[in-house]
Design a protein around this ligand. Structure first.
Ligand code: RRO
Length: 308
């Protein structure tokens, strides 16, 4: 019997598939559709203290190979999401709140609200690439560690962190060691690559408008980058911190690559723009791989890459 269920602490996911925060998860209707699909749970759109319309359009460009976005955190505000969480509990699937502050203090106010609502877990978004005029929190390690240390005092719920890509092993090692100390439950690797651009030569313009036409790069091209982050984080955390792998997940084979790299779950971003039907396809394809390879459960293959 193939069992695709996985756990992060006390949270049980019947399948290892989630949406990547940002895609198909801004309105109650979208979240409801994810929960009705074969996804094992849902991560809400990154919420902020106030509702936001986000950046001006065009702000999203999608091809088969990649996506570039500068959405600018459009969301309906933390109070809205706290309110709908109690309605969505009925699906009995983990509800994860993604949230981001513009200033340090806002992270704490948001976490208190989320902690008091019917969410099962928190994903601290320290890696939004599209805050005009602001840097990415996760590239300031001291500030990030301080925020996380304080958040651990605010909530006892399952807590994870969404990170951007890093370009050196030392940084990933430092983060993994600190997260072990801080007792972070999971990491989501990775957010979109922060600086992506594409030019339409017909009209000689960048394909998106905000932030000088430069935005977060996602989709198929991100997978090799993301896999390397997963492999290194898994190694440096000694497999003790659960990983949600995000970047270019389109097929069961992609999911299996992430499992071998050390990710217990995967988040689907760019491909989910076509709709939640992808989750049933991923399930069928992963089950086929498991059947052929005679694998019963994900944990048996987690981080089990062979040596040469
Ligand atoms: O809304 C966005 O512009 C956005 C966010 Br918050 C994020 O975390 N990652 C991304 O690619 N876009």
């Amino acid at each position: 019997m193939i069992d695709l269920s996985v756990r992060i602490k006390n949270l049980k996911f019947e399948t290892p598939f989630l949406n990547a925060s940002g895609v198909w998860c801004t309105t109650e209707n979208e979240i409801d559709e994810i929960l009705k699909s074969e996804a094992g749970g849902v991560v809400f759109k990154t919420m902020t203290l106030e509702k936001r319309v986000g950046n001006p359009e065009p702000r999203l460009y999608v091809t088969d190979d990649f996506s570039i976005n500068s959405m600018g955190l459009p969301n309906l505000g933390v109070d809205y999401y706290c309110q709908i969480a109690s309605k969505l509990k009925k699906y009995q699937k983990p509800l994860i709140a993604s949230f981001a502050g513009f200033k340090e203090k806002e992270f704490y106010i948001l976490a208190e609200k989320i902690d008091n609502a019917d969410f099962d877990g928190l994903e601290v978004n320290l890696s939004c690439p599209n805050l005009e005029g602001k840097g990415i929190f996760a590239y300031d390690l001291d500030l990030s560690f301080k925020i996380l240390k304080n958040l651990k005092k605010i909530t006892k719920k399952v807590i994870g962190v969404k990170l951007p890509p890093y370009n050196d092993r030392e940084t990933i090692k430092k983060i993994a060691e600190k997260f072990l100390q801080l007792k972070i439950d999971f990491v989501t690797l990775i957010n979109s690559y922060p600086l992506g651009a594409f030019i339409d030569t017909k009209n000689e313009r960048l394909v998106i408008k905000p932030n000088q036409g430069i935005g977060g790069l996602g989709g198929r091209v991100l997978k090799p980058i993301s896999l390397a982050q997963v492999i290194l984080f898994h190694k440096f955390s000694q497999g003790k911190i659960d990983i949600i792998g995000v970047g270019g997940v389109e097929t069961g084979d992609d999911v299996y690559q992430y499992i071998l790299a050390g990710a217990k779950l995967v988040g689907v971003g760019t491909r989910l723009l076509k709709g939640p039907k992808i989750f049933s396809n991923l399930k069928k394809q992963l089950e086929k791989i498991f059947r052929e390879k005679k694998i019963n459960k994900i944990e048996d293959k987690l981080g089990q890459l062979k040596d040469y």
